[in-house]
Ligand binder design. Structure first.
Ligand code: NDP
Ligand code: 8X3
Length: 255
């Protein structure tokens, strides 16, 4: 059987990195992307050495449409048949009421979580549509299902991911292209450290007294979705830590 090729955005840490390992283990060749070039190079070598899979790093900021376009246009011909796109690159910045929000944070979240996802999807879809096959898995969030206070713009971006996923699925129906969404609750990655501007104590407190999901939990789910038979599409997975019922209710050991 022909080896499949997956492109994972935001593979330098957390869910993206764990997914790179799991997909490589399942036999996928990989294109991995992110801004931190050293982390990309390290991962590329690990995947090649430990899993004997082809792996290519693309170093660009997904907010920069020119950089993204150039990187994708320069792909060598044997890296162009992308079977699986994992739209994972994303972030939250800040946790503030709307009237105290930071405009540059808002722009960064919108440009990464929505516009970046849209642009790379459009590029990758050219080939998928032509070949009438492919699979896109968008990483949403519990914040795409519910809106919580102090998170208006992050929640809005993930609600947008949910809407884009549903519309994409309709647009791509005639081409047999699968579109799936994975919406996790709390996952212990660099996410909270990024959200709180590098404040590790604050990030750590997010998971105080409970066991959050791990990046591996989500990677396993993504890999399961990607490896269903051709006639089966998993539309939507909402996956939570057992100690988190929804965006608002958690059970912590100290409670
Ligand atoms: P991490 O911070 O660990 O990983 C985020 C990844 O996104 C990194 O690889 C980062 O790479 C990449 N990224 C961020 N901004 C850009 C950019 N401008 N250009 C290119 N790449 C970028 O967090 P997670 O693994 O947790 O996050 C992955 C996805 O999961 C996100 O979409 C997030 O919203 C979602 N999610 C996370 C949850 C959680 O609790 N952790 C829960 C629900 C959803 P680099 O910095 O090298 O560019
Ligand atoms: C990340 C989970 O609850 O911080 O998407 O929005 S949450």
């Amino acid at each position: 059987m022909e080896t499949k090729l997956a492109l994972i955005t935001g593979a330098t840490s957390g869910i993206g990195k764990a997914t790179a390992f799991k997909l490589a283990e399942s036999g996928y060749d990989l294109i991995i992307t992110g801004r931190r070039v050293k982390l990309l190079m390290d991962l590329e070598i690990l995947i090649q050495r430990n899993y004997k899979r082809r792996c290519l790093s693309l170093n660009f900021d997904i907010r920069n449409s020119k950089e993204l376009d150039t990187a994708m246009n320069k792909l060598p011909s044997d890296w162009r048949k992308i079977d699986l796109l994992i739209n994972n690159a994303g972030l939250a910045l800040g946790l503030d009421p709307i009237h105290k929000g930071d405009l540059s944070h808002w722009e960064q979240m919108i440009d990464t979580n929505i516009k970046g996802l849209l642009q790379i999807s459009k590029i990758v879809l050219q080939g998928m549509v032509e070949r009438k096959s492919g699979h896109i898995i968008n990483i949403s969030s519990i914040a795409g299902k519910e809106a919580y206070g102090n998170g208006s713009v992050y929640c809005a971006t993930k609600h947008a991911v949910e809407a884009i996923t549903k519309s994409m699925r309709i647009d791509l129906l005639p081409f047999g292209i699968k579109v799936s969404s994975v919406a996790p609750g709390m996952v212990n990655t660099e996410f909270s450290t990024v959200r709180f501007g590098g404040d590790r104590a604050k990030a750590y407190a997010t998971y105080n007294g409970l066991s959050p999901l791990t990046a591996d939990d989500i990677a396993e789910t993504i890999t399961w979705i990607a490896t269903r038979p051709k006639h089966v599409n998993i539309n939507d997975v909402l996956i939570m830590p057992t100690a988190q019922a929804n965006a608002f209710n958690t059970y912590r050991k100290s409670e």
